[in-house]
Structure formats: C-alpha cells, structure tokens
Design a protein around this ligand. Sequence first.
Ligand SMILES: NC(=O)c1ccc[n+]([C@@H]2O[C@H](COP(=O)([O-])OP(=O)(O)OC[C@H]3O[C@@H](n4cnc5c(N)ncnc54)[C@H](OP(=O)(O)O)[C@@H]3O)[C@@H](O)[C@H]2O)c1
Length: 287
Amino acid sequence: MSIVITGATGQLGRHVVEALLRHDVPAAQIVAAGRSVGKLADLEARGVQVRAMDYTDPASVANALAGATKVLLISGSEVGQRVEQHRTVIEAAKAAGVELIAYTSIANADTTGMKLAAEHQATEDLLKDSGVPFALLRNGWYLENYTEQLQGALAQGALAGSAGEGRVSAASRQDYAEAAAAVLVAGDQAGKVYELGGDLAFTLAELAQEISTAANRPVAYQDLPASDYAGLLAGFGVPQAFADILADSDLGIARGDLLVSGSDLRELIGRPTTPMPAAVRSALAAA
Ligand SMILES: NC(=O)c1ccc[n+]([C@@H]2O[C@H](COP(=O)([O-])OP(=O)(O)OC[C@H]3O[C@@H](n4cnc5c(N)ncnc54)[C@H](OP(=O)(O)O)[C@@H]3O)[C@@H](O)[C@H]2O)c1
C-alpha cells in the first residue's frame, strides 16, 4: 500500500502530505514526488518516501509510481504543456496497476468556457479513456490567488479585475488539500466527481471592501475590459500569454464559471471552508 503525491514540492502537494500524516497514514506508505526533491528533505526525515519525478521524463514518472496503490495527480504548473505531462503520469499509473488516480481538475469542468480549463478537460478525457479507476477533484479558485496580492492592492488603492459582478467560490489551498487527503484515505472513490469550492462566494468588489476594512485603508474594485486588465498584469511583469489567461479567467468568473454550488468541499473536510474575510485578515497579519 502506498499513496503517491505528485507535485509534492509545491504548495498544495505539501499540504496534502501533511494532511495524510494527520490521518495517521504511515509515513513510509506516502511517496512525495517532485522535481526539486531537496525541498522535501524535512518530510524524508519524518519517514516519508521521497522520489524524483519530472512529468517530462517518463522513466522518472514510472520509477516514482512503482508499487503505488493510489496516486494524487496534482495538475502541473507549465500551462500549455500539461496535457502531455499528465498523459505520462496516467500511462505510468496504468502500467503500475494503481487502484485509483485522483486528479486536481477545475471547477465546473463540464461546462466552463475558461481557457485555463482546456487542459483540465483534456486530462479528464485522458482519464476516462485510460481504463484506470479515477476520481475528479474539481478545485475552485484558491483564496491565495487574492491574498498573495494584497500588498499590491493596498499600494494602488485598487483591486483590478475583469470579473464584473461575478461571484467566485474560493477556498484555501489547505481546504482543497484536506479534501484530497480525505478522498485518498477513503474507499470506493472510483468514479466520484467532486465540485470543490468555498461555502461563501464573493464578488471582487466585496473582496476589495474586505481588504479595505481589514487594513483600514481605501481599496476599491476597478473593473476593466479584459484586454486592459491583461495589459495591466503584463505591465507588472506577468508574461503576456499568462496575463491573457488570467484576464480570461476573470471573464469566466463574470459568467459564473468559478461559482460552485453544493457542499462537496465542506463535507469532505468535515468543517466549514476558510472564509474570505478570515483569509484576508490572516494574510494582513502575516505581512
Ligand atoms: N485553483 C487555483 O486557484 C490554482 C491556482 C494556481 C495553480 N493551480 C493548479 O494547482 C496546481 C497545484 O497548485 P500549487 O499552489 O501547489 O502550485 P505550485 O506551488 O506552483 O506547485 C506546482 C507543482 O507542480 C510541480 N511541477 C510543475 N511542473 C512539473 C514537471 N514538469 N514535473 C514534475 N512536477 C512539476 C512543481 O514542481 P517543482 O517544485 O519542481 O517546480 C510543483 O510541485 C498547480 O500546479 C496548478 O495546476 C490552481
């Protein structure tokens, strides 16, 4: 019995490994896999197996998945290259005979028109065609997408975006990680599809108001045409192609593509999700 976590060197992956340990999964049964394995030394010291894995190196993927019972495939971060990278992991998981792959997809993958969703939709199709038992963790937006940008908003006195009056069901990485761990330790997960998002959706105007109140400084939401917002992001150093994708994602929020109904996340983690105001306040306190 072993559970392989890909992308364990990343932020979500580390939270998942920690959550599995809290579930009393023996450390020796957890495989933390990633490229920069030096980042995993502390987990290795606690008995977690650490294996090097690069999605672009099929031999390393096969080695990391050898003997795996379950795999959490955390979607890669190299947008545009992810379908082939994920295919490599799915094929290796099939060869290893795993009993479950859980994949971190995107909210409302069946219906969303967001450009960022295309690789997730293609990966879901690969899973369906693979014959490997799988579960879909359709994650909504991270609260950290916003809380990691608070200082910029405070400095500008404005939170820019193209989401209009759209509401987003964001939750913390910790919330999504606990949900992933809950699925990995549970039985009978093949075929399950979880739509995961925060309990309380909010508009970006409400987010700006919360930042303003918590910091006691003026911050107003500034809604921009998508091309202007992408230009603004590019001006802050975001590569143009990714800036375009982020602006397109805000248009998705305006349409409701990142609004999650139901309570799958809350039910999996057994507690309310992290509220946006609490996340804003703790990020300000940590700054
Ligand atoms: N829902 C959201 O709001 C949201 C926001 C951002 C990202 N995401 C998605 O969720 C994933 C996890 O989020 P996160 O916050 O943990 O991101 P992160 O901290 O950037 O971690 C990404 C992980 O993917 C690994 N990775 C990237 N390319 C790889 C490759 N070629 N081979 C092996 N590993 C590779 C990274 O490994 P290294 O440490 O070696 O680079 C890292 O472990 C992201 O990768 C992205 O697909 C979701």
